[in-house]
Ligand binder design. Structure first.
Ligand SMILES: [Zn+2]
Length: 328
């Protein structure tokens, strides 16, 4: 997938600074501790000595280099062991003098074996959401902030929505990219469909996956731009990501303009992703009958056949919140 180059350069610089800060903090801890605990200073001197021994072996003893290096390595390991024991004996954690990187996978370099680490991917995707304006949604609408209190209008509503919440939460927990399955959220406005979509997006992004969150209107205009934009217009909204991203979330299906182009675009995205088992979440205010009427049979049969349907019920949460505010 492609990332915004400005975001990439900025985040790479942040990673470099983060790494330098971790290295400097480790050096500072070492300097302080060597002053406080003379034993540590002595071990560190011995360790430094093994460094010069390696250079000496490489430069002056090619004849038995391997044995010498093995012996030095053994010494080195032994000193490290003593150093850890000394730390613990003085009340410090045994890794107190190690460099403490934020990401133990890549040591804050952003790469593992030449491949982008999930921590760097995650930052880039989050930065992409910030620039596309959905960052606010991800910050505020998570599983933690989803309240089932709004569904306590009746035991039936509560039980149904409790199950929806569990299903969606479990889906996000079990998400593993291709083959994770698809969800379709049906239900009127203000019943929490966007909130739960955003909660899944957040959780899946945090697991390092590339998630694309769009409204149906936004999606159609991206494809229209692609189709009708002049050839010398820079491609600011590449549509490849609709097919490639790990999870595509299409919000508010049914609010887009209904014509041949929009329906065939939706069909093409759904069909391609279903064929390659790339997960999707759809949400719509239409009821199942309206949905069947509006879209081609080819679309509805695949949605009802290959998406797990979550029916949202209850009383409009936005209206409930308004009532609470005005009665205060
Ligand atoms: Zn990493």
């Amino acid at each position: 997938m492609s990332f915004n180059p400005e975001n990439y350069n900025r985040i790479r610089l942040e990673f470099d600074q983060k790494r330098l800060r971790a290295l400097k903090a480790a050096v500072d801890r070492k300097t302080q501790l060597e002053e406080k605990i003379p034993d540590i200073a002595e071990i560190d001197e011995n360790l430094a000595e093994t460094g010069s021994m390696i250079i000496d072996a490489v430069m002056n003893h090619p004849e038995d280099l391997e044995e010498r290096l093995a012996a030095i390595q053994e010494k080195n390991t032994a000193y490290h062991k003593i150093r850890r024991a000394t730390l613990v004996a003085n009340g410090y954690p045994d890794d107190y003098l190690d460099v403490q990187y934020e990401c133990p996978l890549c040591d804050d370099t952003g790469y593992v074996d030449g491949k982008m680490c999930s921590c760097l991917r995650k930052e880039l995707i989050l930065a992409g959401y910030e620039s596309s304006g959905i960052g606010e949604l991800l910050r505020t609408q998570s599983f933690d902030t989803f309240s089932l209190d709004y569904y306590s209008t009746s035991p039936k509503v509560f039980a149904a929505m409790n199950k929806v919440y569990r299903d969606v939460f479990d889906y996000s927990e079990a998400f593993h990219g291709t083959g994770s399955g698809n969800l379709a959220f049906f239900g009127g406005t203000g019943l929490g469909k966007t909130h739960l979509s955003s909660a899944v997006a957040k959780k899946v992004i945090e697991s390092g996956y590339d998630v694309m969150y769009v409204t149906a209107i936004g999606m159609i205009s991206d494809f229209e731009y692609r189709r009708f934009g002049s050839s010398d217009t820079p491609d600011i909204s590449p549509t490849e990501r609709y097919f490639d991203c790990d999870l595509l979330i299409i919000d508010d299906l049914g609010t887009e303009i209904s014509n041949q182009f929009s329906v065939s675009t939706i069909y093409s995205v759904l069909n391609t992703r279903l064929n390659s088992k790339k997960p999707m979440i759809l949400s719509t205010n239409l009821n199942t009958e309206e949905f069947r009427k509006r879209y081609w049979d080819r679309i509805t049969s695949r949605v009802f056949g290959e998406f797990f349907i979550e029916q949202f019920i209850g009383v409009d949460i936005r209206a409930q919140k308004l009532r609470q505010t005005s009665s205060k």
